[in-house]
Design a protein around this ligand. Sequence first.
Ligand SMILES: Cc1ncc(COP(=O)(O)O)c(C=O)c1O
Length: 418
Amino acid sequence: MQTSWDHRFAHRTSGMKSSFIRELLKVTAQPDVISFGGGFPAGELFPLERTKAACEKVIKDNGQKALQYSTTEGYTPLREWILEFSAKQGLKASLENILLTSGSQQALDLIGRIFINRGDRVLTESPTYLGALQAWNAYGVNYVTIDTDNDGLNTDQLESIISTNIKFQYVLPNFQNPMGVTMSLERRKKLVELANKHSVPLIEDDPYGALRFEGESLPTVAVIDAEVNKRSDQVFNGNVIHTSTFSKILAPGLRLGWVIAPPEVIKKMVQAKQGADLQSSTFDQYLAYELVKGDWIDEHIALIRKVYRERRDVMLEAFEEFMPEGTTWTTPQGGLFLWLRLPEGCDTIELFPIAVEEKVAYVPGQPFYPNDGPKNTMRLNFSASNPDLIREGVRRLGNMAKRSLATIKHRPSMRTDE
Ligand SMILES: Cc1ncc(COP(=O)(O)O)c(C=O)c1O
């Protein structure tokens, strides 16, 4: 007899939903659909030959170690490389501050495991990264939200909310997913000031920080906080948990990310990670180290920045040409995404089947709002398609939007002359 599983699942699974994006993108997996939906880096920039040579070198020089179990904290030379990489961005820390994770997504999951009790109030941006919501929903979290605009999270709104029993705040200051916006320096400082004043920890998710292709580089929230909570030694010990990843500078298939946090937090995360997966892949860590340890990685990151900037520009130009009047969009200074707002009355979830007919895909904006948000927004990825496809895809999106607006105008309830 076939077992019925539904009533056997733990209560917390009722908060688990399949990722809206991943479900939706299955529809668009056909090769003739131009997809701006996924958060994919440009696959043609992956260093295939170099990776092949690095695999061979790891096997030749360290084969047994690389295929063996290893420590939960991660391969020390790779952790040391991350410390150097972070120090170049002003974030000084030591080995006891750093944990290697299976993608930065795992860092978010571990944060949920060690911090969130049922009913806890967690402050997020609105809209925010869907994967964080997916990681934390199972723990019965209550989201308290602050609007994000072109200058990032609106710290004016934060003043009155931060004192309302918030467990932690989750922020994406650099090229935010989904909007592509950057938090201003003034707001970063205010955020750190308020977080310290009210003793509310800050989770800074920074997967895209190294991919700035325009504008002045700004200190991360972790760097600003370290200034406030200054210590004489190299140990990072403040109010911030900072996460980042190799996914966007090397390859997401490696599933390698990291957390920089006070030692007390790292110790607890290590315990949680032992229960989850013991450690991240030893082989992948050796491989990543082999790839990043020389000067090549700097050239590679520079190349990624150049290509993404060109693609962003092509997308922005195509909007000017093809999108209907009244459409607005963000202009990211880095990262992979931008945010488009269609004229009032358009509903990007309702429009999705029309987009699929036009053979173009995007992610509707509404699921990125933890509570509720406008219906006329969408997230578009500009890193994964070449310029010709970007132009053609935006032309198709423009057609879809114009078709939708024509029907809206003909709906009796929308007529303004009645
Ligand atoms: C804001 C943000 N955080 C975390 C992640 C997870 O990335 P990964 O697990 O590949 O490091 C992503 C992936 O796109 C992201 O956009």
